[in-house]
Write a protein that binds this ligand. Structure first.
Ligand SMILES: C=C(O[C@H]1C=CC=C(C(=O)O)[C@@H]1O)C(=O)O
Length: 397
C-alpha cells in the first residue's frame, strides 16, 4: 500500500480502533490465539464473493461452509475484501497501511467516543429435537458400513432489542481466553467467532495446522479439571473422533508439502468452557502452492464435516435444519507474499441487524459410540461463549 506508518502502541489506540470498526460498512478483526497479533481491516477498496476476483497486498474474508445458500444474506455466502485501511498491532507496535489515508494519528482521532451497546436478547428458535435426530444419526452410522463420523450442527436463534456494536463485541471477547477472536462485518450483518481452531497458517513457506476434535468440559476445581482431561485423553470414542481428523489432514496436505511433522499422540487444548484433543501439525509448503490452495484442500476437515467426506456432507445437507453459511467455514486473511492465517468459524454467531436476530451455532462429532444426550450437553457448552457475549458478560474470569 502507498502509505506506511508505525509507532509504539498508546493506551487509547485499541479502544479507538475497536470503535472505528463501528463506523465502516465492511470491516474485519482478527486476533490470534496467543494474543500476539491483532489485525484490523477498515472499509473495502475492492470486494467480491470469491477471493480470486481481488488483487491487493492484504485480503480478508471467508468462504461459506458449502454450496448451500443462506437466504437474505451476503456475508454468510462468502465475502472477501481488500481494506482501505489495514492496521496491525504486534509487540506493542501499531502498524498502519493505506492507499488513500495518509495520516494515521489524525485518522484515529475521529474515533474518540466510547460507546457500549447493552442489548437484550431472548430465544426465538432452538432445535429441541436435536437429541432425537442425533440418535437417528448414531443408528445410521452403526447400521451403515460406509459412514463413520458426521459433525452434526444445531442453530439457536435470539431476537435482539438493539444493534450490537462490533466494538462492544471485541471488548467482550477478551473473556474468551485461548481462542482466536474474529469478526467479519458486512453492512448490517456480522459474523463473530471465538474459535480455538486454526485451519492453517503460512509464513515464509512454514505451514502450521492442527487437528482439534474430541471434547470434554472444564472442571470446577484443578483436580476435577485434570481428571476430566485424563478421561478425554483415554477415551476411545474421542481418540477415534480425533484420529479421523489427523489422518485426513495428513492425506490432504502431504502432496502439497515437505517435512510433514505430526506428533503420534494428541495433547490437551483448553479454553474457558472446554478441553479438546489437539495435535499440532507442521510442514513446508511446496513453492507452487498458495495459502488458499491449502485452505481449499483442507476444508472441511472431519472436525467440521465427517468421514467419508462426501457422505458426511450429504448427511449434513439433508439433516441439519438450515445452511451453515460461515459456521465451521474458513475465515481469515492472506497477503500478496503468500502468507496468511485461516481459522474455522466455530463457537460463533451470525448477527443480522436488519432482522434483529443473532443465530448461535454449535456442532458435535458423532461416531458409532456417541451418546446423543451427552453430545447435546457438549453443544450447549459450545454455545456458551457466544451466549456470554450476548449477555454482555465481560467479567474477566
Ligand atoms: C463443530 C464444533 O466443534 C468441532 C471442533 C472441535 C471439537 C469438536 C468435537 O469434539 O465434536 C468438533 O469437531 C463446534 O464447536 O461447533
Amino acid at each position: 500500500m502507498k502509505y506506511h506508518f508505525s509507532r509504539d502502541l498508546c493506551d487509547s489506540d485499541r479502544a479507538q480502533l475497536n470503535r472505528a470498526l463501528d463506523f465502516f460498512n465492511i470491516t474485519a478483526y482478527f486476533k490470534t490465539v496467543d494474543g500476539q497479533e491483532e489485525l484490523f481491516g477498515f472499509g473495502a477498496q475492492q470486494e467480491a464473493d470469491v477471493p480470486n476476483k481481488l488483487n491487493g497486498t492484504m485480503i480478508f474474508g471467508g468462504y461459506p461452509f458449502d454450496q448451500q445458500v443462506v437466504e437474505n444474506s451476503k456475508l454468510m455466502n462468502g465475502i472477501w475484501f481488500v481494506p482501505i485501511i489495514f492496521v496491525k498491532i504486534t509487540q506493542n507496535i501499531v502498524i498502519f497501511e493505506s492507499d488513500t489515508v495518509e495520516n494515521f494519528n489524525e485518522w484515529l482521532t475521529k474515533f474518540k467516543t466510547i460507546a457500549r451497546s447493552k442489548v437484550v436478547s431472548h430465544v426465538i428458535t432452538s432445535e429441541l429435537d436435536w437429541t432425537s435426530r442425533t440418535q437417528k444419526l448414531i443408528n445410521t452410522i452403526i447400521s451403515n458400513d460406509k459412514l463413520k463420523k458426521v459433525v452434526f450442527g444445531r442453530q439457536h436463534q435470539y431476537a435482539l432489542s438493539d444493534t450490537l456494536l462490533a466494538s462492544t463485541l471485541v471488548h467482550a471477547l477478551i473473556t474468551q481466553k485461548n481462542t482466536y477472536h474474529v469478526i467479519l462485518k458486512y453492512q448490517k450483518e456480522m459474523f463473530v467467532s471465538a474459535t480455538p481452531e486454526r485451519l492453517v497458517k503460512v509464513t515464509d513457506g512454514a505451514v502450521t495446522t492442527a487437528a482439534v476434535a474430541g471434547t470434554i468440559r472444564r472442571g470446577n476445581t484443578q483436580t476435577e479439571d485434570k481428571l476430566l482431561g485424563d478421561m478425554l485423553l483415554n477415551s476411545h470414542k474421542n481418540q477415534q473422533e480425533h484420529r479421523y481428523v489427523v489422518n485426513s489432514i495428513y492425506q490432504k496436505i502431504q502432496n502439497m508439502t515437505t517435512s510433514l511433522n505430526l506428533p503420534p499422540q494428541p495433547i490437551l487444548l483448553q479454553n474457558r468452557q472446554l478441553q479438546h484433543l489437539y495435535t499440532p501439525i507442521s510442514a513446508r509448503l511446496i513453492k507452487k502452492y498458495t495459502v488458499l490452495d491449502i485452505v481449499n484442500a483442507l476444508h472441511p476437515t472431519p472436525a467440521l464435516g465427517g468421514v467419508p467426506q462426501k457422505q458426511a456432507l450429504d448427511y449434513i445437507r439433508a439433516h441439519e435444519r438450515s445452511p451453515r453459511g460461515l459456521f465451521a467455514a474458513p475465515i481469515g486473511y492472506y497477503t500478496s507474499n503468500n502468507s496468511g492465517e485461516f481459522v474455522v468459524g466455530i463457537r460463533s454467531m451470525y448477527i443480522n441487524h436488519a432482522a434483529h436476530t443473532a443465530t448461535l451455532f454449535a456442532g458435535a462429532g458423532i461416531v458409532s459410540d456417541s451418546n446423543a444426550t451427552q453430545e447435546y450437553q457438549e453443544t450447549n457448552l459450545k454455545l456458551e461463549p457466544m451466549r456470554q457475549l450476548l449477555k454482555g458478560d465481560v467479567n474477566d474470569n
